[in-house]
Design a protein around this ligand. Structure first.
Ligand SMILES: Cc1cc2nc3c(=O)[nH]c(=O)nc-3n(C[C@H](O)[C@H](O)[C@H](O)COP(=O)(O)OP(=O)(O)OC[C@H]3O[C@@H](n4cnc5c(N)ncnc54)[C@H](O)[C@@H]3O)c2cc1C
Length: 435
């Protein structure tokens, strides 16, 4: 076993897609980097998602970053020399009524502005894409250059590549806190010992606000439980990622489909919900599919300290991997919808069901930011249910930011200070939490 690193240039907290891709881009340019992961690589959201990699339907503020991300995804498999299930079969959003059509027509303005290959489809064109066996759709919106990857494969492959380039990945190694001197980062304290460093990138997913709060830099972030399933092998209906109100699906490499339902998540009421109640008001109203639940999560988080020192065992070690139970009632309704509206998928038999805790910000766009008052501390989090697709671009962006270089996209919309500088919280669309 290699020795525990005593020092490095950059420590990345969390080996999800945001952290692993950041470390990958740093390692590519020869920057010494250590990724510390409290559980396993991509154990939380980054292996549990649907695998959609899309520009379509995005909040326009994210488009420059996701365009760059798609460019990276397109070459990633060859660059890594490993199969990650990359396939560019497009995104197809189905229109069930005139409101959907109007929404897609409005989004076409952004597609034109960014010269995307997005187009609106007639009902016949939709049938030509997915077969006409099911419901008669009013039309759709389609972006042929969108793609998909297999989440369980992609991030571990990136982690292996960054290790081949000299980067270090430590699993079961929670970062407890950041050490500071004169307002600057000087290192981290992990459960296995300290590591001196010049910069820290917090890419801790649903744990980022808690981690940052201990340093005096908390921000509004909550989590919702989203459930998903994969089917047994089934006939090939389409290679596109398909989205409708009752079910969204994509073809898997194993011959089945991953199926989920956008927006149909459970929000467990926890103390942070009260802490950030006002920040999340606009988002709450736009999520009619969200179920509220009051359960033991409230008391578990209530007794959790908000402040601790590096010599104390933390929540990060107590909860190695967030592995919530799937909402089988929701999945049952979703299967009925899929059988009725997409008979071309076959009998839709469950091979496996699971859930993930999605971390969300009040405006459903991420934080990719330096932090005022703590030089050398950077945050990449809050991807609000659509961080897998943008994740490759996040790596490049955060590596540039951490190295003090000019960044390839405008990060103003993603600055952490937007939650404290009096800016209005602007939520793009009720559909912005779509995979
Ligand atoms: C069911 C579901 C479907 C989704 N579908 C899509 C989709 O189709 N397309 C899409 O683009 N996005 C999708 N998403 C969202 C996407 O998965 C996430 O936005 C993205 O994976 C977030 O990546 P991350 O690296 O920020 O966080 P995560 O993947 O959650 O990684 C954070 C990591 O940090 C670690 N960590 C936390 N605290 C510490 C600490 N103190 N020390 C060390 N390690 C720590 C955690 O253990 C975790 O491994 C979906 C999400 C879910 C749950």
């Amino acid at each position: 076993m290699s020795e525990f690193p005593k020092e490095t240039e950059v420590v990345v907290v969390g080996a999800g897609i945001a952290g692993t891709m950041t470390a990958y881009f740093l390692a590519k340019r020869g920057v010494p980097v250590v990724v510390c992961e409290k559980g396993r690589v991509a154990g939380e959201q980054s292996s549990r998602n649907w695998g959609f990699v899309r520009k379509q339907g995005r909040d326009p503020r994210e488009l420059p970053a996701v365009i760059e991300s798609l460019r990276i995804w397109e070459g990633l498999e060859a660059e890594l020399g490993e199969d990650i299930g990359w396939h560019q079969g497009g995104s197809l959003y189905l229109a069930e009524n005139d409101d959907d059509l109007a929404h897609y027509e409005r989004w076409m303005d952004f597609a034109r502005e960014y010269q995307l290959d997005t187009r609106l489809l007639s009902p016949d064109e939709v049938d030509a894409q997915i077969g006409g066996e099911g419901r008669i759709w009013k039309g759709g919106m389609f972006t042929a250059s969108d793609g998909r990857a297999e989440p369980e494969k992609a991030v571990p492959a990136v982690a292996r590549a960054l290790q081949r380039m000299g980067g270090t990945v430590l699993t079961e190694c929670a970062v407890r806190t950041v050490e500071r001197a004169a307002g600057k980062v000087i290192g981290v304290v992990t459960e296995k010992g300290p590591i001196a460093c010049r910069a820290v990138v917090c890419a801790a997913g649903a744990w980022s606000s808690l981690f940052s709060r201990n340093l005096g830099h908390g921000f509004p972030q909550l989590k919702v439980r989203a459930s998903v399933l994969r089917t047994k092998p089934a006939p090939l209906a389409t290679e596109s990622n398909v989205m409708s109100s009752g079910a969204g699906f994509r073809r898997r490499q194993d011959g089945g489909y991953t199926i989920g339902r956008s927006g149909a998540a459970i929000f467990e009421i926890v103390p942070d919900a009260l802490r950030y109640f006002r920040d999340f008001q606009p988002g709450r109203k736009s999520q009619p599919g969200m179920k509220l639940k009051f359960n033991d999560a409230f008391f578990r988080e209530l007794v959790r300290p908000n402040k601790w020192q590096g010599d104390q065992v933390t929540a990060f070690e107590r909860y190695r991997v967030l592995d919530p139970a799937p909402d089988m009632a929701m999945l049952g309704g979703m299967i009925r919808f899929a059988r009725q509206n997409f008979p071309q998928l076959g009998p839709v038999e469950i091979a496996e069901a699971w859930a993930g805790m999605i971390d969300v910000t009040p405006d459903a766009i991420p934080v990719m930011s330096a932090v005022d008052g703590l030089e050398g501390y950077f945050v990449a989090t809050g991807f609000s249910g659509h961080g897998f697709g943008i994740g490759a671009g996040v790596g490049r962006i955060m590596a540039e930011l951490a190295m003090g270089e000019s960044v390839c996209v405008d990060l103003h919309p993603f600055r952490l200070a937007r939650f404290t500088d009096g800016s209005p919280i602007e939520l793009f669309s009720k559909q912005s939490w779509r995979g």
